[in-house]
Design a protein around this ligand. Sequence first.
Ligand SMILES: Cc1cc2nc3c(=O)[nH]c(=O)nc-3n(C[C@H](O)[C@H](O)[C@H](O)COP(=O)(O)OP(=O)(O)OC[C@H]3O[C@@H](n4cnc5c(N)ncnc54)[C@H](O)[C@@H]3O)c2cc1C
Length: 413
Amino acid sequence: MTSAGIVIIGSGMCGGNAAVTLREEGYRGRVVLVGDEAAAPFGRPPLSKTYLRGEEDWTAWSVKPPDWYEQSNVERLHGRVESIDVQAREIVLEGSHKRTAFDRLLLTTGGRNRRLPADGSTLPGVLGLRTVDECDAIKERALPGSRAVVVGMGFIGSEVAASLRTLGVSVSAVLSGVGPLAGVLGDQVGSVMAAIHREKGVELLLDDRVVAFTGDGHVENVVTSRGSTVPCDFAVTGIGIEPNVELARRSGIAVDNGIIVDEQCRTNVANVYAAGDVANHLHPIFGRLRVEHFNNAERQGRAAARSMLGSTEPYSDLHSFWSDQYEHALEYVGHARSWDQFVVRGSLEQRQFLGFYLGDGRVLAVMGLNRGGDPELDESGELAAAKVLVGKRLGVSPASLEDERTDLHSLCA
Ligand SMILES: Cc1cc2nc3c(=O)[nH]c(=O)nc-3n(C[C@H](O)[C@H](O)[C@H](O)COP(=O)(O)OP(=O)(O)OC[C@H]3O[C@@H](n4cnc5c(N)ncnc54)[C@H](O)[C@@H]3O)c2cc1C
């Protein structure tokens, strides 16, 4: 490799982990990490949970302490990359004519909040959540007795609703389907989550959608398609993200629901790689997919760094994520966009169960509610066994999955 070194665009969880891995793997060339957020790379999970509730500082989720970068000779550039010249192998920062050269380039530009196409969605008090500043704007308003409407009850919306309730905010939520997370985890789990949120005092407007935000200089009401008008002091929309692909597209890098990469995180342009929320990756087991999870941002960032250093190992992480809402802990391993059978081990009513998503008799994914923690940390746990079932794509009888007396590890052979 020549002296231009490696440039990473995007200094989030993924970019940060890629930079760390380059140094851990002994790469001694130049490393430049460019990002338009001022903070050193950190994980966003506390922004909808502990930091939002004032229980923990987000800096506890830093990839490395801020001085690690200087000590490790990783240059951090603060700014937005405007263009990439893939022929000349140079990037240009917005508002600057200075060009930074690269031998290898990694795009970890993540995503931005999707805007709700509803009247009044730009009114002050209609908030999104991705950055620390956006979280601070919610925190400022999350006073006991204030009224919030949460729009969308996917992971971010559900966690925000739970945190706001914990802070004493009155919460109404407008969502499609039968309950929170139903779109990702199915109707049975959605109904369990609906019961949990209702019990905690969240008013759920199910199977509904927001058509307008109204108010005099500030959001005061949320109007829904079923005809409800919900008064509020602020609203938080959590309706998903759009991958930040424009820079790649302008540079001739192939894009389709994210930046298209192969098994080793390589784009269609030589020496240009992508990873994290922005990458549409060819997974060796699941096929082509783009996911938006912390664990993937970390692990795929690391894998892309190794690829840039010459590794030919495909990135094959089985994907996993978690969510904390009130006292309930949810874990998920695998990937199932659709399934033909959902098998429950444990009790939906008691909110302690594993749910197996099966396709053609094989375990595609497993979720657990209050059924033990991170499969990486507890190898003897059920979720670790579940992960093996997913990885091996084993055909397992639903009856044995359901039966608590059957040790899941015994099904993994
Ligand atoms: C509030 C919240 C809570 C979450 N909680 C969980 C959780 O509990 N569990 C879980 O699994 N996942 C969670 N996630 C998802 C997880 O945080 C994301 O998957 C992760 O942040 C993706 O990391 P990334 O580095 O790929 O992208 P990002 O975090 O989006 O980082 C990309 C960075 O690139 C920058 N950038 C973009 N374009 C340019 C450019 N042209 N020039 C310079 N910089 C640029 C962006 O500003 C950003 O700083 C949560 C997300 C949020 C928002």
